[in-house]
Design a protein around this ligand. Structure first.
Ligand code: UDP
Length: 230
């Protein structure tokens, strides 16, 4: 798969359509690992070699965030479009796959599972994200054999967890999907579609969750680093 390298992180040059198709064909042969780096994740990888290695070991890295698409253009290694992790998961949810949900607080994981089941999604298993015993979780995932495993432990925890455990997972599309379960449970609201289309979802999220505001400062730092010659 062609990639566009941003601060050492190899973002896949794919549209949403191509990402969904590629995930299906990779997972027929093994575990298809998908990560969704945003500027914050790329900046962290740039300062941490182990994390960068974990990210680049994925089968696909989706450009989650308009900042990543802008950086690729500034570097003259353009990406076809933004492929937001949450939207990618939504596409998989509509494709008739079975799902295992791993992550979020216990009540949130439960509510996300229930909401998906009520909307007709085949959720074969779920577990909250505050566990110590990987083996029990991995055994449960192997017993349930989902088509898609959503690992929502936040970054960098979810990328390390998937990289360390993928050899023990059944063939599936395994997505490091951050706060996706919080949104699916209705805990966190996605921005209205006009805000998404205007590419200012990052601003909306920061206003809605002021605790995230500090994290926004990373975006100008990221773009300055790109303009300044990586
Ligand atoms: N989380 C978890 N286990 C942990 C730490 C975090 O399940 O040990 C969950 C947390 O409850 C939240 C998600 O990981 O549901 C992280 O969400 P956030 O929005 O911070 O992720 P991002 O998409 O920004 O990486």
């Amino acid at each position: 798969m062609e990639t566009s390298e941003i601060l050492g992180v190899k973002i896949s040059k794919v549209t949403m359509e191509q990402a969904v198709d590629a995930a299906a064909s990779f997972s027929a042969r093994g575990v298809c690992v998908v990560f969704t780096p945003n500027p914050e994740i790329i900046m962290f990888a740039n300062s941490d070699e182990n994390y960068k290695k974990a990210l680049n070991s994925a089968d696909m890295l989706l450009a989650d965030g308009i900042g990543v698409v802008m950086a690729a253009s500034l570097l003259k290694r353009p990406l076809p479009e933004r492929v937001a992790g949450y939207d990618f998961v939504c596409r998989l949810l509509k494709a008739g796959y079975s799902f295992y949900l791993l992550g979020a607080k216990p009540s949130v994981a439960e509510r996300a599972a229930q909401k998906l089941i009520n909307s007709g999604v085949n959720v074969v298993g779920h577990h909250h994200g505050y566990f110590d015993d990987d083996d029990t979780i991995i055994a449960d995932i192997n017993e349930k054999k989902p088509d898609v495993l959503l690992v929502c432990l936040g970054a960098p925890k979810q990328e390390y967890w998937i990289t360390q455990n993928k050899s023990q997972l059944p063939n599936c599309i395994c997505v490091g999907a951050g706060g996706t379960l919080d949104v699916l449970a209705g805990e966190v609201k996605r921005a209205p579609s006009f805000v998404q289309r205007a590419n200012i979802e990052w601003l909306y999220r920061a206003i809605k969750q002021p605790s995230r505001f500090k994290r926004l400062l990373i975006i100008p730092k990221f773009l300055f680093k790109i303009i300044g010659g990586e």
